[in-house]
Design a protein around this ligand. Structure first.
Ligand SMILES: Cc1cc2nc3c(=O)[nH]c(=O)nc-3n(C[C@H](O)[C@H](O)[C@H](O)COP(=O)(O)OP(=O)(O)OC[C@H]3O[C@@H](n4cnc5c(N)ncnc54)[C@H](O)[C@@H]3O)c2cc1C
Ligand SMILES: NC(=O)c1ccc[n+]([C@@H]2O[C@H](COP(=O)([O-])OP(=O)(O)OC[C@H]3O[C@@H](n4cnc5c(N)ncnc54)[C@H](O)[C@@H]3O)[C@@H](O)[C@H]2O)c1
Length: 505
């Protein structure tokens, strides 16, 4: 409504700005900073911590934990390779590093100041669409969790901003917690509490089999925690190649992790410092034995059963955008839900990864800048449209599981003529030299008619790094014949790609 109507309704007038970014996760923070530095008036709205899940509760603290856990695993390989080593895990060092180096004790002052230094205005609170290109911010937090620093509430209650150019929604996701009798009210962990642990629990039930579950299960197990994983389905990492899940399961079992498959949780309770988790009987499936109803007990419970959209609080439907309340709503190539209204990050549903949030933020920022008239320099900055054929992802277990584009089953479901190539890392010189901890493989998936790779998986030590050449091949649609003529240095892990390409049949 026009400012006069706000006044008539007894509301403070909407403040006019160029861009409002709701949610300062990786993509939102990065694009808001860029647009502000380019001279636009930019408001960043954040309900919790500037930077979002990744630096405080996700990628960075979990990877610090993994780095420490992998060091323990390498030390345990000394007897086989280099003499003797006595390994006494101590979680205090990793907890201290996460607290002081990664998260600044879950304080985002540095990130907030960085944004302000670029000329942006940070408004703490929950933003919701209150009209076309208009956002109202209320001081209430969007999600439960650790409190942001004491600048959290905005004096004076709600503020409304009207954006001349764009509103960008980047609300991310929250941990999805199944509705199970007894769970609410217990001190269970999601990823947000797990990364704040000051010590490794003596025992841990990990509920879920996705990337969060496997990364944290292996880390804690390497610190001496007795880990039991409870899967709803029959395998880990169900979206990735079955060969990757098989290998990872073998490694986890070897490290003492127990894996229970096809299991529903029927009740949870907590008493005397211990969790009790009741499991329904399992039917069993090919390759996965069933089991009797069972009761598990452990010092801690990690709920890692996926993520819940945070879009509901943003008021999409109220703003006239069709949304089923569950799946990501459709965007155009510039990440627009409607003219001047952008959606980026996990909430956009094209891959829940930090690099996707930043990639999409970059596309949206280019589009906004191309429309802005900043000293006439706006033209020509459009960065093209978002592409989804070469999304890379790495699960940072040991071995690392790097994947780009389609898996074999996705490629076959797409109706294309598919050829695959596979090689064990152990069959390569470098894999053989590596010895313990050197398990892995390369798998490539080719569109046989087009002669290009649709996807690839690289599992092994540094599997995520080896992925880079495969990601380039899929991204740039490099002909397989060109890839087959490439010289790979000897004896590298990536030289195994040569063997996988030679195996295409
Ligand atoms: C344990 C764990 C490990 C991970 N490891 C990796 C990894 O190794 N590599 C990788 O690429 N990805 C990883 N991820 C995923 C990665 O963290 C996310 O993909 C990334 O943080 C998503 O960014 P985003 O910008 O979409 O949203 P988020 O990071 O979720 O940020 C959204 C922000 O918006 C705020 N917000 C929400 N609604 C509102 C509102 N209405 N008003 C104001 N503010 C609002 C939230 O407070 C939040 O700060 C990991 C995730 C987890 C949980
Ligand atoms: N290294 C990385 O890049 C990295 C690491 C961690 C997380 N992430 C991102 O975060 C996202 C979320 O990770 P995640 O592991 O929570 O989610 P996920 O959706 O990948 O996996 C969830 C797991 O929980 C199970 N599950 C779901 N609902 C259940 C229920 N009601 N009962 C029992 N089991 C149930 C699923 O079968 C699955 O095994 C990932 O998809 C990924 O995009 C990335």
């Amino acid at each position: 409504m026009p400012s006069t109507e706000y006044a008539a309704a007894g509301l403070p007038p909407a403040e006019e700005v160029d861009v409002v970014v709701v949610g300062m996760g990786p993509g939102g923070e990065s694009m808001a900073g860029e647009l502000a530095a380019a001279g636009l008036s930019v408001v960043g709205v954040e309900a919790r911590l500037v930077g979002g899940e990744c630096p405080y509760y996700g990628c960075i603290p979990s990877k610090m934990m993994i780095r420490a856990a992998n060091t323990l695993a390498e030390a345990r390989r000394v007897p086989e390779l280099a003499g003797t080593a006595r390994v006494s895990p101590g979680f205090a060092a990793v907890a201290r590093r996460i607290r002081s180096e990664a998260t600044d004790n879950w304080d985002d002052t540095a990130a907030a100041e960085r944004f302000a230094g670029k000329g942006g205005l940070l408004v703490r609170g929950t933003g919701r669409l209150s009209g076309p290109r208009e956002v109202t911010v209320s001081p209430a937090p969007a999600a439960p969790g650790p409190k942001p620093p004491d600048t959290a509430s905005q004096p004076g209650g709600e503020r409304t901003f009207r954006a001349r150019l764009a509103v960008v929604l980047n609300p991310g996701t929250n941990p999805a917690v199944p509705d199970v009798p007894g769970l609410v009210g217990t001190p269970y962990w999601t990823n947000r509490e797990a990364v704040q642990a000051s010590e490794a629990p003596d025992s841990l039930i990990v509920w879920g089999g996705g990337p969060i579950a496997v990364e944290l299960a292996q880390s804690f197990a390497r610190f001496g925690t007795k880990v039991t994983m409870v899967l709803r389905g029959s395998r880990l990492l169900s979206r990735e190649e079955p060969e990757a899940a098989e290998l990872l399961e073998a490694v986890l079992l070897d490290e003492g992790v127990e894996i229970l498959r096809n299991r529903g949780v029927t009740a949870v309770s907590h008493a005397g410092g211990r969790f009790t988790v009741d499991l329904a009987a399992a039917g069993g499936s090919p390759g996965a034995p069933g089991g009797e109803a069972a009761r598990l007990s452990a010092g801690q419970l990690l709920v890692a059963t996926g993520r819940a959209q945070a879009l509901a609080a943003v008021g999409l439907v109220e703003a006239g955008i069709a949304w089923d309340g569950h799946h990501a709503p459709a965007v155009d190539g510039h990440m627009q839900l409607a003219d001047g209204l952008y959606l980026i990050g996990d909430a956009a549903g094209a891959g829940a990864f930090t690099h996707m949030s930043m990639y999409q933020g970059n596309i949206a920022a280019g589009h906004i800048l191309s429309r802005a008239e900043i000293g006439g320099a706006g033209a020509g900055r459009d960065r093209g449209v978002a592409e989804g054929h070469a999304v890379p992802r790495v699960t940072f277990t040991d071995p690392e599981i790097g994947v780009v584009g389609m898996t074999e089953s996705q490629a076959r479901e797409s109706g294309r003529a598919v050829r695959t190539g596979f090689t064990e890392l152990g069959a390569s010189t470098r894999g053989w030299i590596h010895g313990p901890g050197g398990g892995g493989f390369i798998k490539v998936v080719e569109d046989a008619d087009a002669g290009i790779l649709l996807g690839a998986t690289s599992v092994g030590p540094m599997g995520g790094e080896v992925l880079s050449m495969l990601a380039l091949a899929v991204h740039a649609r490099i002909p397989v014949s060109t890839l087959q003529g490439m010289i790979c240095a000897y004896p590298t892990f990536h030289r195994a790609v040569e063997a996988a390409l030679a195996d295409l049949h």
